[in-house]
Design a protein around this ligand. Sequence first.
Ligand code: CMP
Length: 133
Amino acid sequence: MIEQSLVLIKPEAVSRGLIGEIVGRFEARQFRIVAMKMQTLSRDVAETHYGEHKGKSFFEGLVTYIISGSVVALVVESPEVVSMIRLMVGATNSAVALPGTIRGDLAQSIAENVIHASDSPESAQREIKLFFS
Ligand code: CMP
């Protein structure tokens, strides 16, 4: 079934010049990039996006970090794209992300882990509305 995923290329990846490297990996898998927008997130949007982590010890740092610079939001479309992208992205903690995954190859820490990708088709639709409304 054709699905969409929301991908966010995070501030440190944008400032390190990794946009092309990351988008290229999706294009190489023949995923369709159907929308792409560079933006600096407001605190409101960031807190809504990461709402499920509210109350956790890292929440404040996560929000401060994600609004600290430009991000690139992408809508990527393909059959089974949510699970395929999650495999390509790798584990949240870069210390255990496998080589060959985006985080395993490019990320330096759990907090600055290069990329976010939707965890379900339902989350994807909610996140697409948030970043592209
Ligand atoms: P992401 O896929 O964007 O979803 C939630 C984010 O919270 C996650 O990537 C990490 O960047 C961040 N995160 C999760 N756990 C921790 C943690 N223990 N310490 C700091 N940041 C975390």
